[in-house]
Design a protein around this ligand. Structure first.
Ligand SMILES: [Zn+2]
Length: 75
């Protein structure tokens, strides 16, 4: 049964040759796990890995200042 009929998934293809079949490998260290796919036609590889989250501090609406790294001038 095609997966597309069971889940809202979309097919993906190799950006180099357009082929649609891949081998999937796991790459694991103590700290991270990545997936590596290899196109069965042209051997192009893709690495699928998590990107660490970052914090961003922006000005609040109408605010004249925002948090920054400095010693406070008052307690
Ligand atoms: Zn390919």
């Amino acid at each position: 049964m095609p997966l597309q009929s069971q889940l809202p998934v979309k097919a993906m293809a190799c950006g180099n040759c357009g082929h649609g079949l891949f081998r999937v490998f796991s790459y694991e260290t103590d700290f991270v796990m990545k997936l590596v796919t290899q196109c069965e036609k042209c051997d192009s590889t893709s690495v699928i890995e998590p990107v660490p989250a970052t914090l961003r501090i922006e000005f609040g609406e109408g605010s004249d200042g925002r948090l920054c790294r400095m010693d406070p001038k008052t307690p």
